[in-house]
Design a protein around this ligand. Structure first.
Ligand code: ADP
Ligand code: MG
Length: 729
């Protein structure tokens, strides 16, 4: 009897919802109570210091040491008053997770006394012992150490009893070793480029911020179940397991009612998020059983990225209290929808205008069209880099598997805007007659309704869809750090807007065109030149695969293939020219990601081999022995006629042997292939071998194991089954 699995089942059925303490039901009172925000800063600091921090946040100005000391002291007092005992520089190394190294405020003085100390130096810079973070050879080649440096644009916060200070993480030689540094640089360039273009329409604009609203999907299963499954524990997903009789066919989970246990978890998660300033707003069930989604109100992109990283962290921590395991993997269960993380993106001015939202006047709408068309053009020109920005072993299971956008990047804009672009495309080249311009403004540009939300049909199969007042990048993986894709989107749009400005100015200066004429002319060209990436049809269809190929769009289905775009000469030039990443940094990142891919597949391969050999095969043999005993007994009773009564059992005995021998020979072959792959010195070849030669064994081995799951006595089966994990709460 498989006691482990049944104990897990019993445990999960006995669980009661965990009581959540709510100090107040008003979420607005909780909001940012653990954040060193504007208000706390104003209260604790001199006006001068406050202004200096604001300058740093808004204009990226340097903060001098004296002010840093003031900020540190204010931060320390605030943190201690909230019960904090330690502080940490909180950063996002290239593992994609978050990292922290805690130090106490406590320090001893020469007189043998103890004081609580934290000064500007400690706030601004710290050296974590970080030699074991991935660095793609940068630190080995250049310098042995890296340091973290304060990012004042993301406010410090207290989690449990630690003051966390968001920081960047760089090598002493200056190379970035984290996700945040290039993101901040990209946000800075897109600010400059977009502000310059926005000034065509409104001289008062002095800053443009990228905005991000992510939607986090995840699965929850009882932790008792994951404890029975080495695959979930070590790889975050199930490597085997037969589909339940009932899956998601009935679509009855989507927006269905949420169980008390899950609700308890969600409530606590929301309360903690609120305190940390993560403005979570919506929660609901997702398509698959036990799948959920959490989305905040959108924020400035750097802050939103930090908030998502922080959220992923606290999701796991809070889940423990509720005896849940959060699965953030892109495809935890075969045959059941995977999880993604939509990245809703837009640009906002410091005059309060969303540049991707149509407005009330033709001028507002021309501004909207300018940013809208430039974004489409950027996506068109850099579609392969965008695909690379979301490549991971986990996401490979989703993209192109008819449940998420395909590996092809395309832009969906809806019928109405397609019409507008078609009309703009037919505008006369060169200077427009006053009459033509009036007609254009009134009948085309002027006709874009202020609210497009209801008119842009939600085409769920598109990877980059315009949804009324923002673009929604839907191909991001659920476990991804949003910094990667956000860095790429903002960089390519920045480059595009710079080119646009140059071209428009050239027409104004050299061809003596009016500003409007010049803008119309360039936009018309862009519409023509970015047609390949626009697609309104069914992204899941085979036709689209063929059509996309004809259009010259990339369709990189695996991570090793997709990642190559990160070191194409086009990308290298782009990031170099905009001063976002050097060639060394880009190559280092590429290497880290390829290595990470290799490691993921290698671990999955080992775990699958172990489970199949140590759990599945012995269980099958045990059941087979029971059958053999049964057959031997029948033989004793029926003598030589036993075959008639024992026919079925004998068939099963034979089948079990076939599956066992297949499993064993497949595992042997897989290990042999792995050994060959490991000998390869070239890391790219190694990744390709893991992808193309090792990974295909997974499905084959799994198939035999899953067949055995259906055959073997339920009571003997050691691993929690899909039906238990997905339908018991
Ligand atoms: P769904 O995709 O589930 O249908 P929506 O498309 O309504 O949901 O997604 C809303 C998301 O878009 C929210 O996370 C919200 O914060 C985000 N969002 C709305 N406006 C903007 C904006 N201007 N910039 C960035 N994100 C935005
Ligand atoms: Mg969405």
């Amino acid at each position: 009897m498989s006691t482990i699995r049944f104990k897990a089942l019993e445990k999960s059925m006995d669980r009661k919802p965990v009581k959540v303490k709510e100090e107040t039901t008003r979420r607005s009172e909780l909001f940012e109570s653990n954040v060193f925000n504007d208000e706390s800063m104003l209260q604790a600091m001199t006006k001068e210091a406050y202004r200096s921090v604001q300058d740093a946040i808004i204009h990226g100005k340097k903060i001098d040491r004296r002010v840093a000391d003031q900020v540190a002291s204010a931060m320390k007092d605030w943190a201690i008053s909230k019960g904090a005992t330690h502080y940490t520089h909180w950063f996002q190394p290239l593992t994609g997770a978050t990292a922290e190294k805690h130090d106490a405020f406590f320090e001893t003085t020469s007189g043998g006394r103890a004081v609580e100390k934290f000064d500007g130096g400690q706030l601004v810079q710290q050296e974590p012992d970080a030699s074991s973070f991935p660095n793609g050879g940068i630190r080995n080649t250049f310098e042995a150490r890296g340091y973290t440096a304060w990012d004042p644009s993301s406010p410090a916060f207290i989690y449990e009893t630690t003051l966390c200070i968001p920081t960047i993480f760089v090598a002493y030689t200056g190379e970035a070793l984290d996700n945040k540094t290039p993101l901040l640089k990209a946000l800075h360039v897109v600010d400059d480029a977009a502000t310059a273009v926005a000034k065509y329409f409104d001289k008062k604009v002095t800053k443009v911020s990228a905005t991000l609203g992510w939607e986090q999907e995840y699965f929850l299963i009882d932790s008792a179940f994951s404890d029975t499954r080495p695959d979930i524990k070590l790889t975050g997903r199930t490597l085997l397991g037969h589909s339940p009789a009932k899956g998601q066919q009935l679509d009855d989970h989507y927006f269905g009612s949420i169980s008390d246990r899950v609700m308890g978890y969600m409530r606590e998660l929301e309360i903690e998020s609120m305190k940390l300033g993560i403005p979570v707003k919506t929660r609901h069930n997702e398509v698959a059983p036990n799948q959920f989604e959490l989305a905040p109100i959108f924020e400035e992109a750097n802050l939103a990225v930090d908030h998502n990283s922080l959220l992923m962290d606290i999701m796991q921590k809070i889940a423990k209290k509720h005896h849940f395991k959060v699965l953030m993997h892109e495809k935890p269960f075969a045959g059941i929808n995977g999880s993604g993380k939509h990245n809703n993106w837009s640009l906002a001015t410091d005059t309060g205008v969303n540049l991707l939202s149509p407005g009330l006047t033709p001028m507002n709408n021309l501004q909207f069209l300018t940013f809208f068309i430039n974004t489409i053009k950027a996506v068109n020109d850099y579609e392969e880099l965008i695909r690379a920005s979301i490549a991971s072993a986990g996401n490979d299971h989703r993209l192109g598997a008819n449940e998420a956008p395909p590996a092809i990047i395309s832009v969906f804009i809806g019928e109405q805007l397609t019409k507008v672009l078609d009309e703009l495309e037919n505008v006369t080249k060169g200077k427009l007659s006053p009459q033509e311009k009036t007609t254009l403004k009134l009948n085309v540009v002027g006709k874009i309704p202020e609210i497009l939300l209801d008119n842009t049909d939600r085409n769920r199969t598109s990877s980059f869809a315009f949804t009324g007042n923002k673009f929604e990048f839907r191909a991001v993986g659920s476990s991804a750090n949003c910094a990667g894709p956000m860095m790429v989107i903002n960089t390519i749009v920045a480059q595009q807007l710079k080119d646009f400005k140059t071209e428009v100015d050239a027409l104004i200066d050299e061809k003596d065109m009016k500003k409007d004429d010049a803008i119309f002319n360039i936009l018309r060209e862009y519409i023509k030149r970015s047609k390949a990436v626009r697609f309104e049809g069914d992204g899941y269809s085979d036709n689209w695969q063929k059509e996309a190929k004809k259009r010259g769009l990339s369709n990189n289905k695996t991570t090793p293939l997709a990642l190559k775009a990160k070191i194409s000469s086009k990308s290298i030039i782009l990031f170099n020219e905009l001063n976002i990443m050097t060639t060394v940094e880009q190559k280092a990142r590429y290497e880290i990601e390829v290595e990470e891919y290799i490691m993921k597949i290698q671990i999955e391969s080992r775990v699958l081999g172990d489970i199949a050999r140590n759990h599945i095969v012995p269980t099958a043999i045990r059941y087979q022995n029971t059958l053999i005993k049964n057959v031997t007994g029948l033989k004793e009773i029926f003598g030589k006629d036993f075959k008639e009564t024992a026919q079925e059992q004998i068939e099963i005995i034979k089948n079990i042997s076939i599956h066992i021998s297949k499993i064993n020979s497949l595992i042997d072959a897989m290990i042999a292939t792995r050994k060959k792959a490991n000998k390869l010195v070239d890391f790219e070849k190694k990744a390709t071998t893991y992808c193309e030669k090792v990974k295909p064994y997974f499905d084959e081995i799994r198939q035999h194991c899953d067949k055995l799951e259906l055959t073997v006595d339920d009571e003997l089966w050691p691993l929690s089954k899909y039906r238990e994990m997905l339908f018991t709460r």
